[in-house]
Each structure stands twice: as structure tokens, then as C-alpha cells.
Design a protein around this ligand. Structure first.
Ligand SMILES: Cc1cc2nc3c(=O)[nH]c(=O)nc-3n(C[C@H](O)[C@H](O)[C@H](O)COP(=O)(O)O)c2cc1C
Length: 419
């Protein structure tokens, strides 16, 4: 059995059942999502730090203007007044999504990964604007991520595309799914797909920092499939996290999954947004270099390479220009940690190293090297070049390997130099 024996039926269409997961900030680029779309699969872009991302792509100046506007707050910990202009967020979101979807050439689809935990100092209003603008801009689907998303559907229930765009949810337990479904049933708007993310995924995890390794994706997928059967619900289930080979993927499809969501193998593809040198760090990583910690200010554990530069940040909080992780009311645990350390320094006490990082900056600068647990196996997916570095596969190389490989084989890309 290979992945190509299966198709994902969704919204009256059929897709190759390979979904490239959203990877913020702009790791899952327009180009990466389009590569999946061209080959008949589904690619995600992410709207994490969308104004910043627009500045990089279109040379707009959202971040510098916001930074100037709130310059007076640079040296004070109270960031409650540092708010996003909702019209600008909508404008940036539309710009980025229209730019991406207007380049579609294939039979696949482009979805948006939208994280609830990106609270932007005004959680529900900013989320509403992000989702509505994405629908306005013609996104094919919305994947609700990083949070329980209990009120998220309510925010867009009046949008004309609420029932026509695909909407999915990422969950890590039957419990989280059941809670989400209660609200969805009340709105008569069930999700079109359910992504079940296990403990080996990259990014933030829906498990505890100490007990994540006691869970496993296969068991959770079985529980979700059983639950849906019991509830008489027919919603496509898409496992994610540690699905490393086409054979791993085909096994899930055989078991009743509708597709798989994968990311780590694509993070080192040429189309992915990480700088080329960082991709080499990912490929060179050993298992011991991959850690789950609480450095993220979201309160969720996050997996990353232990040598991520973000882990040694001691910088002044950067909320005036960025501020994507400010909770409503202007709070962020990095601000607390930073000012506590400053007080200690003033009183002559030794500075206690902060457990928290300025994640907005770390992600924007590609200094937070978040990754899936199986990153240490990336060496097996590509060729070593004469200079000792690794060849970066194209997204198509990786996609076709997932689609057609069998017997746990990984087809290496045609040898070529990195450009
Ligand atoms: C570099 C990287 C960044 C990620 N960023 C996000 C993100 O911004 N939002 C999200 O919901 N998931 C994120 N994820 C999780 C993926 O979308 C995906 O579900 C998961 O990593 C799949 O497992 P795999 O990486 O083992 O293939 C990220 C994963 C990686 C590897």
C-alpha cells in the first residue's frame, strides 16, 4: 500500500492525501504551499506575524510604523495600550493571502493555519479580523490551531463564506475534540476535517512538558476514530506528528485516516522559509539536541533545537513593533521575566536566567528553531555534498517521496548543488 492508493475527499473535491502543516513565522511560505497545491495536495500558509511577513515580502512598513507609534512604551513594562490597528491587520492579511492564492496552478488547495494563542493584545477582535480577511481574500480552508478554539467559530458565523470554506480544527485529545464539537453543533457548523496532532510534532504541543512522551499518535487517532463512529459523525481525520515516511503515512490511511499532515521533512526543503544555514542545523541535529521546553510565552510546551539562538535572548521586549503574543491587557511572561531580571541586576543580585524567550522576535528572526521530534532523521532523506553540507531537497522531492515510496524506503533527491 502506498499513499497514492488513497484520496482525500473534501468539499466535493479529491486531493492527494498529503497536507503540509502550517509553520509560522513564514517557514511554510507561499512557495511551499503552492508546491503542494500544484501536486494535488494541500499546503498551508500561516498568518503568524502577518504584518511582519508582509514587510518582508512586499516591503511594506507595518512594523516600523507601529514601533514609531508606540515608541513611548519601549522602556515600560505596561504594554496594555500597544494595540494593533485592526484595519491594518485586515489589509496585511488580505495582501498576503491574495498574493498566495492568486498563484495557484494545480488541483490542490491552500489553507491557512490560524493560531488562537496569537492573542495580539486583543484576542477575539484580532482573531475575528484575521479569519474574516482570510475568507475575503479567497483562502480555501482555515485550520484552527494552538488553542481550544471554543469561541472561534462564533467570530465568523456571519461571514458569507462560513459554510462554504473548509474549516478544520487541530486537537491532541478526544476530550478537546468533544468540547469543540459541542459548540460547533450549536452553530450547526461541524468541522470539515480534524487534524489529530500527536506528541512528536513541531511547534507548540497539546501535551505537558514532562508527560508528552507518555502519549502516542496512533492511540489518539484510534480513540478519535472510535469516538466519531460512536457519535455517528463522518468527518475526515488527519493525523500529524512524526509521520516520517510514505509507509508511515499509508499505514494511517489504511487504518481509516483521510490524509496525513506532515511538516518537519518539508522544513528543510528549498521552498521553506528558514535560512539555508539553519536548514543545515536541522539536518545535522542529533536526537539529544531536540528538546521540549517552556520557553514559549504562550504557556504551551514547544519543541525546538537546544542550540536555538532564541534561548539565550536577554533583549528588551519588542512589543512596540511586534507584540503578537501579548495577551489581552498587554501581558506577556517574557516581559515579566525581563523586568524581574532587571530589578535583580539593579539590586546587585545575580541575574537568574529566564526560562522564557521573546518568541515574537525569535520566530521573526528565525532564531527559534522549532522542529518535530524526528528531525534527527533528516540526514536519511537527502545527500551529503562534497563540501560536507547537505543537499536541500525540493518540496516536490519530499512530496513525491511521501506519495509513492513503500517498504519504509525514502527516495533521495536527484543529486544537485544547493543554489
Ligand atoms: C518548523 C515547524 C514550525 C511549525 N509551526 C507551526 C505553527 O506555526 N502552527 C501550528 O499549528 N503548527 C506548527 N507546526 C506543526 C506542524 O504544522 C505539523 O502539524 C507537525 O509538525 C507535523 O509533524 P512532523 O513535523 O513530525 O511532520 C510546526 C512544525 C514545524 C516542524
Amino acid at each position: 500500500m502506498i499513499v497514492d492508493n488513497f484520496r482525500l475527499p473534501l468539499g466535493g473535491k479529491e486531493y492527494v492525501p498529503i497536507v503540509i502543516g502550517g509553520m509560522g513565522v513564514n517557514i511554510s511560505t507561499t512557495e511551499l504551499a503552492l508546491a503542494a497545491e500544484k501536486l494535488g495536495g494541500i499546503g498551508h500558509i500561516s498568518d503568524a506575524e502577518v504584518c511582519y511577513v508582509c514587510d518582508q515580502i512586499f516591503s511594506t512598513s507595518y512594523v516600523s510604523r507601529k514601533r514609531r507609534k508606540y515608541a513611548a512604551y519601549t522602556d515600560i513594562p505596561d504594554k496594555s495600550a500597544v494595540l494593533f490597528d485592526l484595519e491594518e491587520v485586515a489589509e496585511a492579511q488580505k495582501k498576503y493571502i491574495e498574493y498566495t492564492v492568486s498563484q495557484k496552478t494545480g488541483k490542490g488547495a491552500i489553507f491557512l493555519n490560524c493560531m488562537e494563542k496569537l492573542t495580539m493584545n486583543n484576542a477575539s477582535e484580532t482573531l475575528k479580523v484575521r479569519l474574516s480577511a482570510a475568507l475575503d481574500a479567497g483562502i480555501d480552508g482555515l485550520t484552527l490551531a494552538a488553542g481550544l478554539n471554543l469561541r472561534t467559530l462564533d467570530l465568523i458565523q456571519d461571514h458569507p463564506r462560513f459554510r462554504d470554506a473548509q474549516i478544520g480544527i487541530i486537537i491532541s485529545s478526544v476530550r478537546a475534540l468533544a468540547i469543540f464539537l459541542k459548540r460547533a453543533v450549536r452553530l450547526n457548523r461541524l468541522p470539515d476535517y480534524i487534524i489529530v496532532e500527536g506528541p512528536l510534532a513541531g511547534g507548540h504541543l497539546g501535551f505537558g512538558p514532562l508527560d508528552w512522551h507518555t502519549f502516542d499518535l496512533n492511540t489518539i487517532v484510534t480513540e478519535v476514530l472510535d469516538f466519531l463512529k460512536k457519535e455517528n459523525l463522518s468527518i475526515p481525520v488527519i493525523p500529524a506528528g512524526g509521520i516520517f515516511t510514505g509507509t508511515d503515512a499509508a499505514q494511517y490511511l489504511q487504518k481509516g485516516a483521510a490524509a496525513v499532515q506532515v511538516a518537519t521533512r518539508f522544513a528543510i526543503s528549498r521552498e521553506a522559509g528558514l535560512p539555508a544555514a539553519v536548514k543545515q542545523h536541522y539536518i545535522n541535529a542529533e536526537e539529544k539536541d531536540i528538546v521540549v521546553n517552556m520557553a514559549s510565552t504562550t504557556g504551551y510546551p514547544m519543541r525546538m533545537l537546544v542550540n536555538s539562538p532564541t534561548l539565550s535572548y536577554r533583549m528588551k521586549p519588542n512589543c512596540q513593533g511586534l507584540g503578537y503574543l501579548l495577551e489581552t491587557g498587554g501581558k506577556c511572561s517574557y516581559i515579566d521575566a525581563y523586568y524581574k531580571a532587571l530589578e535583580e541586576k539593579k539590586s546587585g543580585l545575580p541575574i537568574t536566567p529566564s526560562e522564557k524567550t521573546c518568541l515574537c522576535t525569535g520566530m521573526a528572526r528565525y532564531d527559534c528553531w522549532t522542529c518535530g521530534h524526528l528531525t534527527y532523521r533528516l540526514k536519511d532523506t537527502t545527500n551529503r555534498l562534497p563540501d560536507g553540507s547537505w543537499q536541500l531537497p525540493t518540496a516536490e522531492d519530499v512530496f513525491l517521496d511521501y506519495q509513492f515510496s513503500k517498504d519504509q524506503e525514502i527516495r533521495l533527491p536527484e543529486p544537485r548543488q544547493n543554489v
